[in-house]
Design a protein around this ligand. Structure first.
Ligand SMILES: Nc1ncnc2c1ncn2[C@@H]1O[C@H](COP(=O)(O)OP(=O)(O)O)[C@@H](O)[C@H]1O
Ligand SMILES: [Mg+2]
Length: 900
């Protein structure tokens, strides 16, 4: 037979002839699942109908609508085309095959509930069938495409069947389907339709089933939606369903919610109708636990067969389940565990803060980083305190960096806090004199060179030549060098802060008059590392424009390809190798210089040196002429600064003038130094990540983990014993044999899942959560209160000015390219790597950060309002939402739609 196929004759590769639904049903039959008997009218039948009725050209005429076409235009075109189908005649060849196949279907005795509703005798030869559209458009899988074509239930008799088939075919041309296809760029002459003809299941219950939890992405759960009657009212959304979550492995019901089911779809004489659910059954659960387990068992089998999570339609009659459809779930989130709510602390006698180094750790920590950073931070802090206060001012266990629900906290034992507070004068003295390798002098002469030396000494040998043990040692040594350096940098921050505050106080009190600029204006226009990085990138873009064809080639190559090619050394296929060679060389110089800018200290996150995508996206902005010239901006700021300084100096009394000058110089020197110091915190990170990835590669080859990147999800103990067992040796490494999957693959997946759940939590800024203490310390914390409600969000006003504009909420560097000029940049935190985005933002809003954070300095430099440390901005604000940022008041107001 040419136009009809049995379900068992098609499989998942036959979408082109059987359509998505038909191919899926064929696959289910092959896998031995209970599918109601039926057959398939393939796309050749559709083509023959169109050809023999000479419809093709006329369809194209109506369907070729301009991009400006209105909804009405689509409706008119649809009506014309569907009219053509209705007026066509069924070719004899198809009609004969259809009649034949239909009459071979047995009347649906086994698929209907009881003898009572069995068709009367005269009709017995007329089995009830479902006539279902099965479209071939490529992205059939996408949810928005599902259900666009018609399906007819309870069709009886060959003539009615023929008519329904033609209706199905013509439903390829509904206005909705046509508009959808033109949006997706699917040409009208590319589409075909197959039709599934299938014995009806006279279902007493029906519904849908997801073999993964669509809310959390968890693949170990199956979610069932169930209602009374036929499933039409479920898929059309006319009835709310009972929702049951089942554990996929055991079939145990994890949770259930029983809905008030008002309506159900039942047989009409022909077709179906909706009727009210009898009162007694409205609140009754459709599936008991045993039935849910049986159905979930089918779900698990189907997911296994397709090797991907499935969206399934099912029906039940007399306790038997039938599977009516299966398709892949699209846009399923990565699995996430429960969101933690319990914030009890591990050691009760102490305080926990999300401050200082933790500002660079906004997300839950990866397991390996958590294990390593705790010891590293306590070691370096202990050393600092010893130098500042003399030996043994701290005792073992006095402080650390434990993770609670994955989030890093600074921990101080209460007793140690009191001890330290008594010694504060000593700390201040040490800072000011630059003793103990602290302060600006200590940073310049000691801490920075020392950090550079550690990195250089570990760079001496290529990572591929290092033994597993050496790699482990290298990672620890680099991390320690980084934390020691960070600790030293921390001692600069108070100096910059006090110089700025001292200048501001003096200026506001004794100098400033009406019309004078605010104090921060005197600190603008200077060079610092983030500004230098930005200018270098801008210059790189300018250079690219001078090489014929280069700018266009960069813009025409996806950022991902450019980034991958840069790191691997193989030119991207999209780009001319000659141009690539020139570009690659220049860009590498930039990366060598600035590639260690860290977005997040946790080494699970890429740095620009190993994933330069964020830089490339910024460069593309410049190439498109967006974002303003940082040189010009800096020159303008410097000019304004010098003019104001001159005006003020000329009018000040000499005594005042000398104080003003002294304070001004101090503040002007200190602020950029802090930026320079912070910019180099990640100096060791590119090498550290290369070492970790090398370990990962070796361990993946040895069969311990599935992917080299999984190394970050190992506990430190696991990693070091793997190294001890020789699994990460540079030459002739040991390997694990006999396991059917990498030994720790499951543990890694489990940890990643837990991490995603943790990331959905709001970590309190201070633990234990003691209200009065939090209020009194609130001013010192980098993040505002978590429980802000209403339309106004409060934070710290970090840069003056007022702006009303749409928000752009960015999760991280991977989102940089979404930013549009003029939007308000909303992020959890901004590190130096975010600097380029400030050039196109109209204002900045963050969850974490204070008046002295990097974000506020850059915002002032750029002259845009900033409200930082709101605690909730990224959760409460959505991209596209209009918001009003008031940098003076420190507020962000959500503008309700319709008000501007
Ligand atoms: N053979 C059948 N027996 C009973 N109900 C069916 C049958 N085929 C389809 N249905 C019901 O009709 C619903 C819609 O049919 P379907 O062809 O899948 O259309 P759509 O493409 O809009 O999902 C199905 O979810 C199912 O509940
Ligand atoms: Mg369906």
């Amino acid at each position: 037979m040419g136009y009809i196929d049995d379900f068992s004759e098609v499989g998942r590769n036959d979408v082109a002839t059987a359509g998505g639904k038909g191919a899926g049903l064929g696959e289910l039959v092959r896998a031995g699942l209970p599918v109601p008997p039926g057959f398939l009218l393939n796309t050749a039948a559709y083509e023959l109908f169109v050809r023999s009725n000479e419809l093709a050209e006329r369809i194209q005429e109506y369907a070729a609508l301009p991009p400006s076409a209105s909804a009405k235009d689509y409706e008119d075109a649809s009506a014309q085309i569907r009219g053509l189908f209705a007026g066509g005649t069924m070719p004899d060849a198809i009609a004969a095959e259809l009649r034949d196949a239909y009459h071979q279907l047995r009347p649906g005795t086994e698929l209907s509930p009881g003898t009572d509703s069995r068709p009367a005798l005269g009709e017995a030869a007329e089995p009830a069938v479902a006539v279902r559209s099965s479209a071939t458009a490529e992205d059939l899988a996408s949810a928005s495409f599902a259900g666009q074509q018609d399906t007819y239930l309870n069709v009886r008799g060959a003539d009615a069947l023929m008519e329904s088939v033609i209706h199905c075919w013509s439903s390829l041309w509904t206005s909705r389907a046509m508009a959808y296809r033109s949006r997706e760029g699917i040409r009208p002459d590319q589409v075909r339709l197959a039709v599934v003809v299938q014995q009806m299941v006279d279902a007493d219950a029906a519904g849908v089933m997801f073999t993964a939890n669509p809310a959390t992405g968890r693949r170990d759960q199956i979610v069932i939606g169930a209602a009374w009657g036929l499933g039409e009212s479920v898929v059309s959304g006319a009835v709310s369903t009972d929702d049951i979550v089942v554990d996929a492995a055991t079939g145990t019901v994890v949770s259930r919610r029983t809905a008030d089911k008002e309506v159900m779809t039942v047989y009409a004489g022909r077709g179906t109708r909706e009727e009210p659910v009898p009162v007694s059954r409205r609140h009754q659960p459709v599936l008991d636990d045993a039935a849910a387990a049986t159905l979930a068992g089918y779900g698990a089998r189907i997911a296994r067969h397709f090797a991907s999570p499935q969206d399934i339609e099912w029906g039940r009659v007399r306790g038997e389940f039938f599977i009516l459809q299966s398709r892949p779930i699209t846009a399923l989130p990565e699995p996430a565990g429960e969101t933690p709510r319990d914030w009890s602390v591990p050691y009760p006698k102490g305080l926990y803060f999300r401050a200082s180094i933790v500002e660079q750790l906004p997300d839950p920590l990866s397991p390996l980083f958590a294990d390593l950073i705790d010891g590293s931070v306590s070691r370096s802090l202990n050393a600092l305190m010893d130098e500042a206060f003399g030996k043994s001012s701290l005792r073992t266990g006095d402080l650390g960096l434990p993770a609670i629900n994955g989030y890093a906290y600074y921990y101080y034992r209460t007793a140690a806090l009191w001890r330290l507070m008594g010694k504060t004068p000593a700390l201040v003295r040490a800072l000011i004199r630059g003793e103990a390798h602290m302060g600006v002098q200590g940073w310049r002469d000691y801490s920075h060179p020392r950090y550079v030396r550690v990195v250089e000494s570990w760079s001496a040998k290529p990572v591929a030549d290092l033994t597993g043990q050496e790699l482990l040692e290298g990672v620890s040594a680099l991390l320690d060098a980084g934390t020691v350096y960070y600790t030293a940098v921390q001692s600069i921050i108070p100096i910059a802060t006090s110089s700025e505050l001292a200048f501001q106080k003096f200026y506001d009190k004794f100098v400033r008059q009406d019309g004078d600029p605010p104090a921060p204006a005197f600190l603008l226009g200077y060079d610092s590392e983030p500004i230098r990085a930005e200018k270098a990138l801008f210059d790189l873009a300018a250079w690219s424009r001078t090489v014929p064809g280069l700018a266009a080639a960069i813009l025409g190559t996806p950022t991902k390809s450019l980034a991958r090619a840069q790191v691997s050394g193989t030119p991207p296929v999209e780009m001319d190798p000659g141009l690539w060679g020139q570009w690659e060389h220049r860009f590498q110089l930039h990366l060598d210089h600035f590639g260690h800018t860290v977005y997040n200290l946790d080494f699970v996150n890429p740095v620009p040196a190993d994933d330069p995508s964020p830089l490339l996206d910024t460069l593309k902005f410049y190439l498109r002429g967006q974002g303003n010239d940082p040189h010009r901006r800096q020159a303008l700021a410097a000019g304004r600064r010098e003019d104001s300084t001159e005006t003020i100096l000329s009018r000040l009394h000499p005594a005042r003038r000398s104080v003003f000058v002294r304070l001004l110089r101090w503040a002007q020197e200190a602020a950029p130094i802090r930026e320079d110091a912070l910019a180099d915190v990640g100096l060791g990170w590119p090498l550290m990540r290369r070492m970790l990835r090398e370990l990962g590669q070796r361990l993946a080859a040895a069969g311990l983990i599935a992917d080299p990147g999984d190394v970050f999800w190992l506990r430190h103990g696991e990693l070091s014993s793997a190294v001890e067992f020789g699994l990460a040796a540079a030459s002739s490494p040991a390997a694990i044999t006999g396991a059917d999957q990498p030994v720790l693959a499951e543990a890694v997946a489990e940890r990643q899942m837990r991490w995603r759940g943790q990331r959905n939590a709001s970590a309190p800024q201070m633990l234990p959560e003691i209200r009065w203490l939090q209020r009194s310390l609130a001013g010192m914390m980098p993040e505002g209160s978590q429980d802000q409600e209403g339309n106004t969000i409060k934070g710290v006003g970090a840069s003056q000015g007022r702006v009303s504009a749409p928000a752009r909420v960015l999760a991280g560097p991977e989102d940089f390219s979404r930013m549009q000029p003029g939007e308000v940049l909303v992020a959890r935190i901004t590190t130096p790597a975010w600097t380029p985005l400030f050039a196109m933002a109209s204002a900045v809003v963050t969850d974490v950060g204070g008046p002295l954070s990097h974000g506020s300095i850059v915002a002032r430099e750029y002259g845009i309002p900033a409200v930082l440390g709101t605690g909730v901005a990224t959760r409460r604000i959505a991209s596209g939402q209009q918001i009003e940022v008031d940098g003076g008041a420190g507020t962000v107001t959500l503008v309700p739609p319709g008000r501007d």
